[in-house]
Ligand binder design. Structure first.
Ligand code: NDP
Length: 484
C-alpha cells in the first residue's frame, strides 16, 4: 500500500501526531494508500514555510514565474499516463476520461497561464495632468481547497495562477482523492521549486480545511466544493476579510428547443448528464424538452443512455465507471427511490436492488445511468444537487415556461441550449441565470473566459485575467505630471 505524506517546506513528512487515514479505490473497494490525518499544527508548519518563501518567490519577475509554470507543465506531461492511471484508481472514472480530461487539463492549466501571462500588457490610465499605473502584488499565502471529482484538474487550475502571481500556497485536496496532488508535490520537488512555495497538507475538511480557513497568516482562500461547505468557508473567512473565491454546486439545465437537431442534442445531453458518472459540477442533470420534439428526443435519449457501458474503469471500452464511493452510491440511490415517491417513472437504470449490479463480476460503487420522468420541476429530485448518474426529464410548451423552470433553481452554475437557430440560442442563453451557458455544445472551455457561478453556485470568477485578479492585489499608482 502506498504511503502518501504531506509536503511542507520542501520535505515529505507525516502528520505531526502520526495519525493516518485510508484512501479507497471505489471500483474494488480496497485500501490503496494511507494519507496523513493532519491537524492545525501541520497547517501551522505549512504557513510558516510559506511565509519564509514568500519574499523570494514574489520578487521573481512574472516572466521567471511563467518559466516555472512551463517547466511544471512539461514535467507533468511526461507523467500524463501515470496521472491518468492514478486518477482512475482513486476515483473510479474511466481511464479514457482521465487521459482526455484530467491528465491533459492538468498540463494545460500550467501551460495556459504561462502563455497568458506573457500576452498581458501593463495597464495604465492617462489623465490630462497625471498617469495612473495598475501595480500588482501577490495576495500572500493562499489556501487552496479542492474536491474529489476532478482532483488534479481543479487543483492545478488554482495552483498555476496562484504561483504565477507570486503567492505561496497551502493546499488541501479532498481526502477521498489525494494521490494526484501527491504526484504534483513530487513533481515540484523533483524540479527543485524553492522550499515552502508549495505546501500540501492532507486530511479531513473539518480538521485541516478548517485550520486553513481560520489561520490568520493565510490571506486568500480559493475553494471548490459543495454549497454547504462553501457556507462554512464564507462564514469563517469573511469576518477575517480574506480574499475569497467560491466555486460551488449546481443543478444545471439542458434545454432542448423544438428546432434542435435531435441527433446532436441527444449526443450532447447524454454527455452532459453522464460524463464522470454525472459528477462534474457542470453536468446537466435536469433536461427540459419542448413538447414538439419530445416524441423524437426522449426515446432516442433513453436508448443511448441504456447503451452506455458501465464497467471496469481501466478498460478502454468503458463509458462509465463507478461513482466516488459506496456512501455516495447510497446517496444517489436514495434519490432514485425518492423519485418514485415523488411520482416519477424510471425509463432506464435504477438502484442496484432494482436492476442488479451493473458489473456483476466486481464489487464496487457501480450504478446504471438512470433517467427519470414524471416528477415536477419543483420536486426535490429536480431541484437538489444529486451529483451522480441520474437525470430528470421535463417538458415545456414555450420558451418563457422553460426559462421559468430553469431560473427557478437556487443554483446558477451552467446550462446548455440546443437549437438550429444560433441567434435564438444566444438570446435564450442570455436569459439564463448561470455563470456559463453553452449553445449546441457542452464543457467546451476556453481558459481565457470567466468561470464561476451565480446564486448558491458561488461568488467570484476564475479563469484568464479573473484568476490573475483573484491571486493579486491591485494598487493604483497615480503620478502627477510636473506643472507646465
Ligand atoms: P465538499 O464541499 O464536501 O468538499 C470540498 C473540499 O472542502 C474537500 O477538500 C473537503 O475536504 C473540504 N472541506 C470539507 N469541510 C471543510 C471545512 N469545514 N473547512 C474547509 N474545508 C472543508 O465537496 P465534495 O468534495 O463532495 O465535491 C463535490 C461538490 O463540489 C459538488 O457540490 C460539486 O458541485 C462541487 N464542485 C463545484 C465545482 C465548481 O467549479 N463550481 C467544480 C467541482 C465540484 P474532505 O474531502 O476531507 O471533506
Amino acid at each position: 500500500m502506498q504511503e502518501v505524506l504531506n509536503y511542507i517546506a520542501g520535505e515529505f513528512q507525516p502528520a505531526e501526531d502520526g495519525t493516518t487515514l485510508y484512501d479507497i479505490n471505489p471500483a474494488l473497494e480496497t485500501q490503496i494508500a494511507t494519507i496523513p490525518r493532519s491537524k492545525s499544527s501541520d497547517v501551522e508548519k505549512a504557513v510558516v514555510a510559506a511565509h519564509s518563501a514568500q519574499k523570494a518567490w514574489s520578487s521573481l519577475t512574472l516572466e521567471m514565474r511563467a518559466g516555472w509554470l512551463d517547466r511544471i507543465a512539461d514535467a507533468l506531461e511526461v507523467k500524463a499516463e501515470h496521472i491518468a492511471q492514478t486518477e482512475t484508481l482513486d476515483t473510479g472514472k474511466p481511464l479514457s476520461l482521465s487521459r482526455r480530461v484530467d491528465a491533459a487539463r492538468s498540463v494545460s492549466n500550467f501551460r495556459f497561464f504561462a502563455d497568458f501571462a506573457r500576452q498581458q500588457t501593463p495597464e495604465s490610465f492617462e489623465m490630462d495632468d497625471a498617469m495612473n499605473y495598475v501595480h500588482r502584488t501577490p495576495v500572500g499565502t493562499v489556501g487552496l481547497i479542492t474536491p474529489w471529482n476532478l482532483p488534479l484538474y481543479l487543483l492545478s487550475w488554482k495552483v498555476a495562477p496562484a504561483l504565477l502571481m507570486g503567492n505561496t500556497i497551502v493546499a488541501k485536496p479532498s481526502e477521498i482523492t489525494p494521490l494526484t496532488a501527491n504526484i504534483l508535490a513530487q513533481t515540484l520537488d523533483e524540479l527543485d521549486l524553492p522550499a515552502g512555495v508549495f505546501n500540501l497538507v492532507h486530511g479531513l475538511g473539518p480538521e485541516v480545511g478548517q485550520a486553513i480557513l481560520e489561520h490568520p497568516g493565510i490571506q486568500g482562500i480559493s475553494f471548490t466544493g459543495g454549497t454547504a461547505t462553501g457556507r462554512i468557508v464564507a462564514r469563517t473567512a469573511a469576518p477575517m476579510f480574506k480574499k475569497l473565491s467560491l466555486e460551488l454546486g449546481g443543478k444545471n439545465a439542458t434545454i432542448i428547443l423544438e428546432d434542435a437537431d435531435v441527433e446532436l442534442a441527444v449526443q450532447g445531453a447524454v454527455k452532459a448528464a453522464f460524463t464522470n458518472s454525472g459528477q462534474v459540477c457542470l453536468c446537466g442533470s435536469r433536461i427540459m424538452i419542448h413538447e414538439a420534439i419530445a416524441e423524437a428526443f426522449i426515446p432516442a435519449f433513453v436508448q443511448r443512455v441504456s447503451e452506455l457501458k458501465v464497467g471496469d474503469p481501466m478498460l478502454e471500452s468503458t463509458d462509465m465507471g463507478t461513482v466516488i464511493s459506496y456512501e455516495h452510491l447510497q446517496k444517489v440511490e436514495s434519490y432514485i427511490e425518492l423519485a418514485l415517491e415523488e411520482g416519477g417513472k424510471i425509463l432506464t437504470g435504477g438502484t442496484q436492488a432494482m436492476t442488479g449490479h451493473p458489473h456483476p463480476e466486481a464489487r464496487g460503487a457501480y450504478l446504471r445511468p438512470t433517467v427519470v420522468t414524471g416528477v415536477s420541476s419543483a420536486s426535490r429530485c429536480a431541484t437538489e444537487e444529486i451529483f451522480g448518474p441520474m437525470v430528470t426529464l421535463h417538458t415545456f410548451t414555450d420558451e418563457q415556461q422553460a426559462l421559468d423552470m430553469v431560473n427557478a433553481s437556487e443554483y446558477g452554475l451552467a446550462g446548455s441550449v440546443w437549437t438550429k437557430d444560433l441567434e435564438r440560442g444566444r438570446a435564450f442563453a442570455s436569459q439564463i441565470e448561470s455563470g456559463i451557458v453553452w449553445v449546441n455544445t457542452w464543457l467546451h472551455r476556453d481558459l481565457r473566459t470567466p468561470f464561476g457561478g451565480m446564486k448558491l453556485s458561488g461568488v467570484g470568477r476564475e479563469g484568464g485575467r479573473w484568476s490573475m485578479d483573484f491571486f493579486s492585489e491591485l494598487t493604483n499608482i497615480c503620478v502627477k505630471h510636473p506643472d507646465q
